[in-house]
Write a protein that binds this ligand. Structure first.
Ligand code: MG
Length: 302
């Protein structure tokens, strides 16, 4: 009997809820409604491996089994490629908006509206591409002089309305926790999920990035269980030790524990490579990494 069968057989007596608290649905009926988890791979457009032109890049992506594309910035620079992506059957899954210089949580109130407007433009571009998430970092280190509690209050005052705007655009503002070397504010998936929960908007979610999680999370599985329904996107990369932030499988960082967490929550959104590539033959290395990830996924029993 696997873990899922165990919970199905014991849920009626409430045993499942007793074992894992709120991490899993408590009834057999709700377990049946948990979507089937899938490993759906994406990578950012224009990088990761060399290509002769757009068509060559797309063909290589399709040959390797990629289903999605992540765009950098607000996506405005590649609007002309929408049809190209659609014709290939590749889904634009995400826009990496970033922090806009930390404007929304700046200590200077006169800068905040500019950040809000820029994020709205990114959400509108996400709607244009059909992308389900806009990745948002409140502030990298040094981008605001405000303290954590002040930043958090501004987010809770600002994000609910932006979240409703995101809903209108059929997308999500996806908060990205980073490692402490890049951002002391917002370092763990659970913290981002709690901000999303307090915003009480369907348009606010959180992201888990394996690279940052290596430094900040004591358990990959625990992080994703905490993210739960708020987890809208995942970034792939290995750890901070050399070769730093390269392809999964290019160091000894395991992915099984995290993938087990994704399976528990029925995650079927995208996992997008956000990393460099060690080695001269980058295409061959990406293929090896994908094979590694699929083995890790298969090993992640639930
Ligand atoms: Mg990331």
């Amino acid at each position: 009997m696997n873990r899922r069968d165990f919970f199905l057989s014991t849920a009626a007596a409430g045993v499942g809820a007793a074992v894992l608290g709120n991490a899993l649905p408590a009834t057999a009926e709700s377990l049946d409604k948990t979507p089937e988890a899938k490993l759906r791979l994406a990578c950012y457009w224009g990088g990761l491996f060399p290509a002769e032109n757009d068509q060559d890049r797309i063909q290589k992506m399709l040959d390797m089994g990629f289903e999605g594309i992540e765009l950098s910035g607000d996506g405005g620079g590649v609007k002309d490629k929408k049809q190209l992506f659609e014709d290939a059957g590749l889904e634009v899954c995400s826009l990496c908006f970033g922090s806009c210089g930390g404007a929304i949580v700046s200590e200077d109130p006169s800068k905040r509206q500019g950040g809000i407007d820029a994020l709205k433009r990114a959400l509108e571009n996400a709607h244009y591409f059909g992308a389900k998430c806009v990745v948002y970092v409140p502030a990298f280190n040094g981008q605001t002089k405000l303290e954590h509690l002040e930043i958090r209050k501004i987010l809770l005052d600002t994000l609910p309305a932006l979240g409703e705007f995101a809903v209108q655009c059929n997308t999500h503002i996806t908060l990205e926790p980073l490692n402490r070397g890049e951002a002391w504010f917002l370092r763990q998936v659970a913290d981002g999920a709690q901000i999303a929960r307090e915003c009480n908007s369907e348009g606010i979610g959180v992201l888990g990035d394996f690279y940052h999680m290596t430094t900040e999370e004591p358990s990959d599985m625990g992080a994703f269980l905490s993210g739960g329904k708020y987890l809208k996107h995942v970034h792939l990369g290995n750890g901070p030790q050399p070769p730093r932030r390269t392809l999964p499988g290019q160091d000894d960082r395991p992915f099984v524990d995290g993938f087990r967490g994704l399976k528990y929550i029925g995650y079927n959104r995208f996992c997008s490579f956000e990393c460099g590539v060690a080695g001269d033959d980058k295409l061959a290395e990406v293929k090896k990494s994908i094979a590694f990830l699929r083995r890790e996924w298969d090993k992640a029993e639930v």
